[in-house]
Design a protein. Structure first.
Length: 265
């Protein structure tokens, strides 16, 4: 039995399971024969450490990871940024690798710099840019770039040009799924996990145009349907991807690290 884990960063159950479900035929089909519901994340419930807590079964305190930035020696000025080499606990892919099983990881935080696993790895959104080595094995980088050109790890979403934010998130997500489908077909795997950070970015950039109760809500904005449209994109890409997997021989898991809500202040 293979395991295929779909990670949707910041997917709130209120939208995924309820408000948008009629727009998501592929996810709805999965839910029809699955157990699902809201789950508790770690504390603090943020991207790093949540994904690696899930993979290791350890708390942020046991990992020594509480977020992206950490103070050195209680300083307010001297900081270190979380990265893969700070994780000393074994993750699920390490444990099954010891049993000879192969894993493929795409954009699972924190995975830069890329660490050796029994299988293939493409690093996550903390990767500086595509000029560095971001794969294991190193040769995989050339395969990725032959397939999609410049691989996109993350985008700048805190900016005023919302048209370009939307365009860049779509490009990033479509490239990631193209790479995922290539790896499913071309590489051996028993465990496959990817995380799409685009959902988190679309929430951050466009929430005030979607949420009528947000204090900065802009009615009738041309961006009012961007979040819903992105969920539709995810559902379409997930559907195309699942066509490549024998669902009688694989367990499919959809999971998130945290939800999202409006913020004032």
């Amino acid at each position: 039995m293979k395991v295929f884990v779909i990670g949707l960063d910041s997917a709130p159950p209120e939208l995924l399971f309820s408000e948008f479900i009629d727009d998501l035929p592929n996810i709805r089909k999965l839910l029809g024969k699955s157990i699902y519901g809201p789950m508790k994340s770690c504390i603090p419930a943020i991207t790093i450490p949540a994904w690696i807590c899930m993979a290791t079964g350890k708390t942020p305190g046991e990992l020594g990871l509480y977020g992206f930035r950490h103070r050195k020696n209680f300083s307010y000025n001297d900081m270190w940024i979380a990265h893969s080499l700070m994780v000393n606990e074994k993750a699920i892919w390490d444990r099954i690798g010891e049993k000879g099983l192969k894993s493929i990881l795409v954009s699972v935080p924190p995975s830069y710099p890329p660490k050796k696993i029994n299988g293939c790895l493409i690093s996550c959104f903390i990767t500086p840019d595509s000029s560095v080595n971001y794969t294991h094995p190193k040769e995989l980088k050339s395969e990725v770039e032959k397939l999609v050109g410049n691989y996109v790890f993350d985008i700048v979403f805190r900016k005023d040009d919302k048209d370009s934010v939307k365009e860049e998130i779509w490009e990033m997500t479509e490239k990631r799924f193209e790479v995922i489908r290539y790896l499913i077909q071309e590489k051996e795997w028993d465990y496959f996990q990817f995380v799409e950070i685009g959902l988190d970015r679309i929430h951050h950039a466009f929430w005030k145009y979607f949420d009528k109760h947000h204090h900065l809500y802009e009615p009738n904005s041309k961006y009012k349907n961007v979040i819903r449209d992105y969920y539709r994109l995810l559902d379409k890409e997930i559907g195309k991807t699942l066509e490549l997997i024998d669902l009688d021989e694989a367990a499919v898991v959809i999971v998130s690290d945290h939800g999202i809500k409006r913020k004032k202040g």
